[in-house]
Ligand binder design. Structure first.
Ligand SMILES: *Cc1c(COP(=O)(O)O)cnc(C)c1O
Length: 471
């Protein structure tokens, strides 16, 4: 090793020596010895690397050492920070899978917190004192809201599909259109789920067109079910044809088969009432005659992650008895949040007001523009030499594999920094105390108001000022 590097390395203090300092001791009081020691070791290891890789010369090391107390405090705080933590979603993608899909309504958060810290009625019948079922808390509500005979909930919709196929079709054939052999994010592919469930996939039709007679011809003695999968994350356009739910269900029933539908998102309200395009609802799918319908809790429903299964009691009874139900069991916190979310749907206006996902779908561009103006009025005086800030019309998306290719008119604050690149500003916003996720469009950082919650606006202002001033 060259002498110069060795000399610099020898100037790094020993851990014990730093720990004896006053500032280190006061950090130990607050965070404990283990946390401060670990942070200090990591900090010094980091500095050692800077020297070894010749990124630091003497000047930098001296400056760093002079600031050791502040650097140590920062390192300790950084290491205390949870890995899974809140961020601001300014991307305009409402059901953003990587940022956690749906935000829970306030009543759901409260109900979750309530049962988290106390014992609860999870599996007990309060009237009799006997053992009850955890599924009972949402069963009636789901039946009331969807018109189903029976309901069951599991961990997520991927699990719901797996369980349904395993319980109703294991060792037998399930017929699916070639246009619906969906892959959704995280490698959930219908053919593979089918294999895992022990069913034999029978593909019918072509990629773009499947007719009722395609299904009919494929039905044989080994057939257990006809499966319809909502092509939630892609669209077939052009010369296409698919069989609608009512015809498929009628065909299944003529042959004593089960008609199953994986709806994906599972919306309970007609989105056309917000001026958006049509998305089939759970109620319609059941009314069309589907025997078992599965959907997600945290997509367009706007609740916690869950897989909801509704349909005929005779089939759901089989699902309930299947060992996979136990393996895919929903936990009590999710159940609390789901019950609270579903209760909101008893009154449509309340649901739209209180369920963040619906609120973000319903909000009008005029309101978003007013909020953007507020935001700009607060920031502009503070950063006007550092960036050009404008309000622009933009397009938001539903996301989460729902309504693909459909854009929602939205409004964004567009920030074009003067001294740094848009890429650098985007990075700084992401690495701030509360990360703000944005997107870049033509050298501007776009903050879409549709997914920024009104309660986050002052936080966004601070984050933007800090990122632009570089503090
Ligand atoms: C999203 C989706 C699923 C999986 O739902 P999760 O709740 O994410 O497990 C399954 N099928 C379709 C069609 C979907 O869109």
């Amino acid at each position: 090793m060259p002498n110069k590097k060795r000399l610099l390395l020898s100037q790094l203090p020993a851990v014990d020596q730093v720990l004896r300092e006053q500032y280190a001791q006061s950090l130990v009081k607050e965070y404990g010895n283990a946390a401060v020691t670990r942070a200090l070791r990591n900090l010094l290891a980091n500095w050692r690397q800077q020297i070894l890789q010749e990124l630091w010369s003497e000047g930098e090391l001296v400056a760093a050492l002079a600031d050791l107390s502040a650097a140590l405090k920062q390192q300790v705080q950084l290491e205390q920070r949870p890995s899974l933590r809140p961020v601001v979603n300014a991307t305009g993608v409402i059901i953003h899978t990587n940022l956690g899909r749906s935000l829970l309504p306030q009543v759901a958060q409260a109900q979750m917190a309530a049962v988290a810290s106390t014992y609860s009625t999870l599996e007990v019948d309060v009237e009799s004192g006997d053992r009850g079922s955890r599924y009972s808390h949402v069963q009636e509500l789901l039946c009331e809201l969807t018109g189903a005979e029976d309901a069951l909930v599991v961990n997520n919709n991927a699990g719901a599909v797996l369980l349904t196929l395993a319980a109703l079709g294991r060792g037998r054939e399930v017929i699916v259109s070639r246009g619906q052999l969906v892959e959704i994010g995280g490698s959930f592919r219908i053919p593979e789920v089918m294999e895992q469930s022990g069913c034999y996939l029978v593909e019918v039709g072509t990629t773009n067109k499947t007719h009722l007679h395609d299904y009919e011809r494929a039905i044989g003695p080994e057939t257990a079910a006809l499966l319809k999968v909502h092509t939630s994350n892609y669209r077939l356009v052009g010369f296409t044809e698919s069989v609608d739910g009512a015809d498929l269900a009628a065909l299944a029933h003529r042959h004593n088969l089960v008609a199953v539908e994986d709806l994906g998102s599972g919306v309970l309200l007609d989105l056309r009432r917000f001026g958006h395009i049509y998305e089939p609802t759970v109620q319609e799918s059941l009314a069309a005659g589907m025997d078992v319908v599965t959907f997600s809790g945290d997509k367009l429903l706007g609740g916690p992650q869950a897989g909801i299964i509704v349909g005929k009691s005779c089939y759901l009874a089989k699902l309930r008895q299947h060992p996979l139900t136990r393996a895919l069991r929903i936990d009590k916190l999710t159940l609390a949040a789901l019950e609270a979310t579903l209760r909101l749907y008893r009154d449509e206006a309340t649901a739209i007001q209180q369920i963040p996902t619906l609120r973000m779908l319903a909000v009008q561009p005029t309101e978003l523009r007013a909020r953007a103006q507020q935001l700009v009025a607060h920031i502009e005086p503070r950063v006007k030499d550092l960036a050009d800030i404008t309000i622009v019309d933009t397009l938001a998306q539903v996301g989460g594999g729902s309504l693909p290719g459909y854009d929602l008119a939205s409004v964004a604050v567009a920030v074009m920094p003067k001294n740094i690149s848009a890429v650098e500003l985007e990075r700084r916003l992401r690495l701030g105390a509360v990360p703000v996720f944005t997107r870049i469009y033509r050298d501007q950082v776009m903050l879409d108001l549709r997914t920024i919650q009104p309660s986050e606006e002052s936080l966004v202002q601070e984050a933007l000022c800090q990122a632009l001033t570089g503090r």
